[in-house]
Every structure is written in structure tokens, then in C-alpha cells.
Write a protein that binds this ligand. Structure first.
Ligand code: PEP
Length: 250
């Protein structure tokens, strides 16, 4: 039985004052939800604040990206051990916004993925197709290729230490979520592909759906057999909505 997981991706939002109100409300709202893990991935400058507020509560915190290399000559870089220093357990890798806007490739995402694993962090590895790719019937090809960039390179065992997220680009940041059936179909495809390499890992790895999750659509998405929770963007900035999504997973 896979435990449900809901992760908030705050993206480039927040201020010390706003974060305090948001985090305190989330911490209070999820404290009695015993069957779901709740994570917030916050901007780098607020990791210390997240650690100070969330330590000892049900809320786990993480980051939205990391560098693949250790400390060194890389202006603006943040290394895996720096995230560990701030008590992070999770880090998002290969989000579509980074793949598209920051020229992340399958290779660079794979390098970040393995750097996170080596540091003891749990990477949240994002995959998903564009609208054009879906309309051309390339969803399995694209998602399969992204998955293989990890699976074929590092073997299935590393996935036991990771979380996967299916985030169709046409659903992220839009008001057009995948239907539960559309998402389930891709999640099942991902799980089957892993099962061909390692049935045990396939059964246990958590595969989250992300893309316009709201309190209204979360229950139907989370009821799907292969959907183990959600990666939530906009609604993670609204404590009431985020707690309601966590409650739906609970
Ligand atoms: C995301 O950015 O990962 C995301 C799922 O965003 P939203 O929930 O706003 O679609």
C-alpha cells in the first residue's frame, strides 16, 4: 500500500511575512491528517524560515532545484549538501518550467537526480508532454524517454529512493487539468515500464499527478489506482486550498 503524498511547489513566490502566515496555517491544517505526507518546496532564501517553522511538525520542506556538482566555482549555484544543511528531504528535479525556460535536458536533469540521491535527498522527478505532443499521440514516447533517462542510466533501484511526478505541460499553470482517466492512463504506463525492470520498485514507487489540481478535482484524481498524490502549484499558495487537497489525499 503506497502512502499518499502531496507536495506544494511555491515556485518564485513568497515573502517572509506571507510565508509565515501560509506555513503556520498549513501546519495547523494538516496536523491531524495521519494518512498523507505533506511537503512544501520553497524558494532557496526561505529554506531557513521553513526549517524554523516546520521542524517538529507534520510538514516536510524541500527545494525546487539543485546543482549537480558539489561546492565550487559556480556563481549562483546551490549544492546538494547545502539543501541537506537546511534540513531538506525533497527536491524537485526536471520541472517543465526549468526544462523549457532554463534549458534543462534529460541529461542535466539526470545529473541533478543522481546528485540528489547521493546526498540523501529524495528527488521529485517531473515528466510530461506538451499539448502538441499529446495531440500527435506522442505522450508515451515522450514520457517513456524522460523516464528512461533515469531508469536506463541508473537502474530501477534508484527509483525506490525517488518520487515521480507526471505533469502534462498543457495542464500545468492552466485551468485545464488532465481528467482522472487521462492521468491514470499515463501513470499506469509509467508503472508498467518500471515493472519490466523491477516489479517490486514499480509497486512501491509513488507517482504524483501535477497540473491544475484544486480541491474540487483532487478527490477524483487521488481515487485513481496509480495516482499516489499530487504536485500542486498555485493552490499551494492558498493554505485553505492546499489543506483541502491534503485532506482529499488523506
Ligand atoms: C506545477 O507547477 O508543478 C503545477 C502543478 O502548477 P499548477 O498546480 O499551478 O498547475
Amino acid at each position: 500500500m503506497r502512502r499518499k503524498l502531496v507536495i506544494g511547489n511555491w515556485k518564485m513566490n513568497g515573502s517572509i511575512a506571507k510565508n509565515q502566515l501560509l506555513l503556520e496555517a498549513v501546519i495547523a491544517g494538516v496536523q491531524d491528517l495521519h494518512h498523507v505526507d505533506c511537503v512544501v518546496c520553497v524558494p532557496y532564501p526561505y529554506l531557513g524560515q521553513a526549517q524554523a517553522l516546520a521542524q517538529g511538525t507534520k510538514v516536510i520542506w524541500g527545494a525546487q532545484n539543485l546543482c549537480a556538482s558539489e561546492d565550487g566555482v559556480l556563481t549562483g549555484g546551490v549544492s546538494p549538501h547545502m539543501l541537506v544543511d537546511y534540513g531538506c528531504q525533497y527536491v524537485i528535479v526536471g520541472h517543465s518550467e526549468r526544462r523549457m525556460l532554463s534549458h534543462e535536458t534529460d541529461d542535466t536533469a539526470a545529473a541533478r537526480f543522481i546528485a540528489a540521491i547521493k546526498a540523501g535527498l529524495t528527488p521529485i522527478f517531473c515528466m510530461g508532454e506538451t499539448k502538441e505532443e499529446r495531440e500527435s499521440d506522442w505522450t508515451d514516447y515522450v514520457v517513456g524517454r524522460q523516464l528512461d533517462s533515469i531508469l536506463r542510466r541508473f537502474g530501477p533501484e534508484v527509483l525506490a529512493k525517488a518520487v515521480l511526478a507526471y505533469e502534462p505541460l498543457w495542464a500545468v499553470g492552466t485551468d485545464n487539468p488532465a481528467t482522472p482517466e487521462q492521468a491514470q492512463q499515463v501513470h499506469k504506463f509509467i508503472r508498467h515500464r518500471i515493472a519490466k525492470c523491477d516489479a517490486h520498485v514499480a509497486k512501491s514507487v509513488r507517482i504524483l499527478y501535477g497540473g491544475s489540481i484544486q480541491p474540487s478535482n483532487a478527490p477524483a484524481l487521488f481515487a485513481m489506482h496509480d495516482i499516489d498524490g499530487g504536485l500542486v502549484g498555485r493552490c499551494s499558495l492558498d493554505a485553505q486550498a492546499f489543506v483541502a487537497i491534503c485532506a482529499a489525499a488523506n
